[in-house]
Each structure stands twice: as C-alpha cells, then as structure tokens.
Write a protein that binds this ligand. Structure first.
Ligand SMILES: Nc1ncnc2c1ncn2[C@@H]1O[C@H](COP(=O)(O)OP(=O)(O)OP(=O)(O)O)[C@@H](O)[C@H]1O
Ligand SMILES: [Mg+2]
Length: 409
C-alpha cells in the first residue's frame, strides 16, 4: 500500500446523536448503511472535524454538542482519533466545552485541541490528518454563491499550504482596517493619503492569495479534467476558470457560453506584477470605494467557474453533469493532497451515488478504489455493484450505534 493517513480508531462522546461511540476503522472502503436520521452524515462530519477543527456545515460548534448533553451542568462533546501516518501514529483530541461565564448565565464555547496528548492551537491541526469531505449540499459550491466557492478553495489550499492560511488571516485583518478607513473617508473624518499604507499592505497579502489560487486551481484543473473525462467516458472536458475580482470588471458582459478569447493565464504572473495590478485597481476605483465606504475588489470577491465543454455548468449543467464535476474536483483534491503531502488523505463521501447514472456510478466506485481509506454512506445498498460489495467493509448504523452489516444488534 502507498503511504496514507489512516484513521484507525474513533471515539465520540456527545457528538450530535452519538452519546458514546467507540470504533476501530479498517483501511480500504467502508460503506455505512442506514435509514434516515441514524447518524451517517454526523459520523463523517465528526471525522472531518479532525482536519481543521471546524465543520463547514454547522453554523456554530454549539450545534455539534448532543442536545441532551446540553442540559447538563457543563455540556461538552469530544472527538478522539488515532491516526496512522507513514512516520508514526498520532492522537488527536478535540473538546467542545460550553462554559457559563459571569453571573447572568451567559454561555461561551471553548474549543480545546490536543495533539499526541499536548494542548495545541487550533491551527496546529493543519496537516496532521488530511481529509476531503463531500456532502450532498456541497453541490452549492458549484451552483451557489461565490462565497461558497471561495470558502471551499480556501479550505483546500490551506490543507496543502499553511502559509496560505496565514496570508488569508492577515488579509482579513488588513481588509477590516482598510474598510474602517474608507468609512471614515466617506464621512470626511480622515485623509486620503492614509490609504497608501493600507493599500500597500492589502495588495501584498492579496497577491499571495491570488497567486496561490491561480496555481492551485491550475493543478486541480489538470487532475479534475482527467478524472471528469474518465467519469464521463471521454464525453466531457472540465475546466476551472479563475477570475480574480480585480480583473472581473474587464470581463463583465462576456457570455460564458462563448469560447474564451484572450483570457489571462494567472499562473504566469509574478507576485510583483500582481501586486502592481491590484494597486492600480485601488488607484482607479478610489473615488468609488470612498463613496461606498468599502473595499470593492480583491480576493474576498474572487470567483471561479466550472466550464464543461466550453459551457458554464452553473448556467447550463444538468444535475448529473454538475455532480460529476463536483466529484471530479473532490477526487482531484485527494490526488493533489497526496502529491503535496506524500500521503493519501481520507475520503469521506456522503450519499454520492444519487443522481449519477449506472455507468458514472460504476466508474466512480472503481476510481475510489485507488484511495487508501474511503468512508461512504448510503440509505441502502441498491446502487452498489457486486464487485464493490465484495471488497468493501459494510456497516449498519442505527440510532448512533454501528454494527456489522447483517447483524441484528
Ligand atoms: N446536536 C444534536 N444532538 C442530538 N441529535 C442531533 C444533533 N444534531 C443532529 N441530531 C440528530 O441526529 C440524527 C442523525 O442525523 P444525520 O444527519 O447524521 O442523519 P443521517 O443518517 O445522515 O440521515 P439522512 O439519511 O436523512 O441524511 C438526526 O435525528 C438529527 O436530527
Ligand atoms: Mg445524511
């Protein structure tokens, strides 16, 4: 077997509907079968929580604590995992503790992270346990607002490159400061020349982000195009077209069903060139930014498009095509993480087979055979072919309890 990060043991306490779960996990493919509302999605969410200490699908960490446990004196949830890596084994423990602060009963959630038994910062989790998660609602990454795509891209690149995560945090801080100054300028409570300092700082971080996004998307595009072509038996090509916000205005009005004439290859732009272009945009839009009291362009407004056979999938894609494209992106991320980290990440797929025709389902199941550890969920086994059933470990999940498939208890 190739080097891989493997989740070998998972222990949950008061996480969603799991009051207590203690389980070993095998390598290879595990299929978790269960009726609605039994805990399939929650289990994948708990595993993915180990990757960055957050859940992209929960508005607040508080929602992750079991509702009955919330009634206790000191509510908490805990995830403990044993990870096997090529060099050594690791333990990750994450505790979510709801504390009462002050006399008026106000609550605050405290998150504690322990790596190999030692308390660490949340961001120290980066790279300890890589996983890629696909939930059905992740179709919104393709079909929904640009914010969903940006968030997803940020999470992916951060797993590969901790420096990107730092630039992102710094960009957010500087953006807040610059917006505050623009607001003051709008109200004539500051001087225009004060902007120079913040423009410079924002453009510096923006150039780092734009360059990483351009390079990352181009790597992902190469991998995703190959996978998408395989899953569609050569009928479809997939492109991920990056459109930095400071450049989008120039393209406004262009129809995406037309061939892209004269488009930019952002990967060839150096940091300094990008920075100068951003500063130029700031300069050109200064009056408008002051009038509106906000930063109008920059990585916080970037977007990228899924282009299949020269069509924008958001506008023209069928459900099955869109799902194939999203899965191709996720599988491309798995390969990219493998290339960058030298170990396969764990792949978590929630109800992926729905909406795919029999051929695409078969190709997908064959394809995930190359990932060292995949955990899939489904309400029933109808859509899984015999060859998959023979090689997979199949578990049944009922009310937060896991048993081997076929066992009554
Ligand atoms: N904080 C919580 N405390 C207790 N129960 C919760 C909490 N959050 C969610 N649940 C419940 O946990 C159960 C399992 O939810 P989950 O989404 O994991 O189900 P599922 O098996 O994926 O179902 P489906 O097939 O419908 O997607 C549901 O009944 C849900 O309402
Ligand atoms: Mg579910």
């Amino acid at each position: 077997m190739q080097p891989a990060m493997l989740l070998t043991h998972l222990s949950l306490t008061n996480f969603r509907n799991f009051i207590r779960l203690e389980t070993d996990l095998p390598a290879g493919q595990t299929l978790l079968v269960g009726a609605n509302a039994q805990g399939k999605t929650s289990l994948l969410e708990a595993i993915h929580f180990l990757t960055a200490g957050s859940s992209p699908h929960s508005p607040s960490d508080r929602n992750l604590i079991n509702l009955l446990a919330l009634k206790e004196q000191r509510p908490f949830a805990r995830i403990v995992a044993e990870i096997s890596r090529k060099d050594r084994a690791h333990t990750i423990e994450i505790r979510l503790i709801l504390e009462t602060i002050g006399a008026n009963g106000e609550k605050r959630l405290r998150k504690e992270v322990l790596i190999n038994g030692i308390k660490r910062r949340l961001r120290d989790l980066t790279g300890v346990f890589n996983s890629i998660l696909f939930f059905p609602q992740d179709m919104l990454i393709l079909e929904g607002s640009p914010g969903k795509r940006r968030r997803h891209l940020n999470e992916t690149i951060s797993q590969v490159d901790p420096a990107y995560a730092e630039a992102l945090a710094e960009y957010g801080k500087v953006l807040t400061q610059r917006n505050a100054l623009l607001k003051q300028l709008q109200e004539r409570r500051a001087e225009r020349r004060q902007l120079t300092f913040w423009n410079e700082r924002l453009a510096e971080q923006a150039a780092i982000l734009i360059r990483s996004r351009a390079l990352g998307l181009s790597e992902l595009e190469k991998l995703a195009d190959r996978i998408h072509s395989e899953l569609s038996r050569g009928k479809e090509t997939l492109r991920l077209k990056y459109v930095p916000a400071f450049h989008r205005a120039a393209e406004a009005g262009q129809q995406f069903d037309l061939p892209f004439a004269g488009e930019m290859d952002w990967t060839t732009q150096t940091h300094q060139v990008l920075k100068n272009k951003i500063l130029e945009t700031f300069h050109n839009t200064q009056s408008e930014e002051i009038a509106r009291g906000i930063t109008l362009s920059g990585p916080h407004r970037d977007d990228f498009y899924f282009i299949m056979n020269d069509m924008d999938l958001r506008i023209y894609g069928s459900r099955g095509q869109n799902r194939t494209a999203m899965l191709s992106l996720m599988l491309a991320e798995v390969e990219w993480l493998h290339q960058c980290a030298g170990e396969w990440p764990v792949l978590l797929l929630d109800e992926v087979l729905a909406e795919l025709d029999a051929t695409r389902r078969e190709d997908l199941l064959r394809r995930i055979g190359s990932v060292n550890q995949t955990i899939l969920t489904a309400a029933d086994m109808d859509m899984f072919n015999d060859s998959f059933r023979q090689r997979a470990t199949i578990w049944q999940i009922r009310a937060g309890t896991i048993t081997a498939f076929g066992n009554r208890e």
